[in-house]
Design a protein. Structure first.
Length: 233
């Protein structure tokens, strides 16, 4: 089951659903929309009329990426809706065409990461400063958290639901990139093994990035918190 948080992504929904259905025709999709003023939820409901495997959770306000993923995971776990979940973005930055490979790998590995920083991976349409920032941020996060993952800020991630039950989702409070790091850190602390495979990350072509100063600062702070937890324990 795919988990896709949305906020003002109406223009991307049709292309996203079409590409997902081409790659994995029957895979359930769980959208979580934070009351998008552009009508994203209405666009998702339009596809629901013809696709019984599209689910939609609507929330009253802009709760954030991390809380959207947590809410979806909680419901999926409580209702036993799937044996695995896959986080993916709504802006088409993650290639739906590689979903079959991730799903196949989840038969062997507990957590599978679509990575920009293993051989064959990368990013398209990024400036040189952004490449340096992302690469440096991942080295920083990997060194401080101690998690043996090349792409700590990867958001194209698959988890078997049995491994999600080993951690407390309520204890994970981060939102943006820090949420992605905190999930990996907590799972690593519980002895989870990770597998990475290469993807090409595509910069969004439509809509506005949700990146903010707040998300950046949270991303800087979490690895420091993780280092503190490692030292104490």
């Amino acid at each position: 089951m795919l988990i896709i948080p949305t906020y003002n992504e109406k223009k991307n929904i049709a292309s996203l659903v079409t590409r997902i259905r081409t790659a994995v025709p029957e895979e359930p999709i769980f959208f979580v929309d934070d009351n998008s003023p552009d009508g994203t939820s209405d666009e998702i409901r339009r596809f629901q009329q013809h696709d019984r495997n599209i689910h939609l959770m609507t929330r009253p306000g802009k709760g954030g990426y991390g809380s959207a993923c947590r809410d979806a995971m909680r419901e999926i776990l409580q209702e036993n809706l799937a044996e695995y979940v896959i986080q993916s973005d709504a802006d088409l930055s993650h290639p739906p065409e590689l979903l079959p490979r991730m799903i196949e790998m989840l038969k062997t590995y507990s957590v599978v990461i679509g990575s920009r920083y293993v051989s064959g991976g990368g990013a398209e349409n990024w400036s040189l400063p952004r490449r340096f920032l992302s690469f440096g941020a991942n080295i920083y996060a990997r060194l401080l958290t101690g998690v043996p993952v090349r792409d700590m800020t990867a958001g194209f991630v698959g988890y078997r639901t049995d491994v999600l039950r080993t951690i407390s989702l309520d204890g994970i409070q981060s939102e943006g990139y820090a949420f992605l790091m905190e999930m990996k850190f907590n799972l690593h602390q519980h002895g989870t093994q990770f597998a990475e495979f290469p993807i090409i990350f595509f910069e969004r072509e439509s809509g506005k990035s949700k990146f903010s100063r707040k998300i950046l600062l949270e991303g800087v702070r979490f690895p420091l918190k993780a280092l503190g937890r490692r030292i104490i324990t």
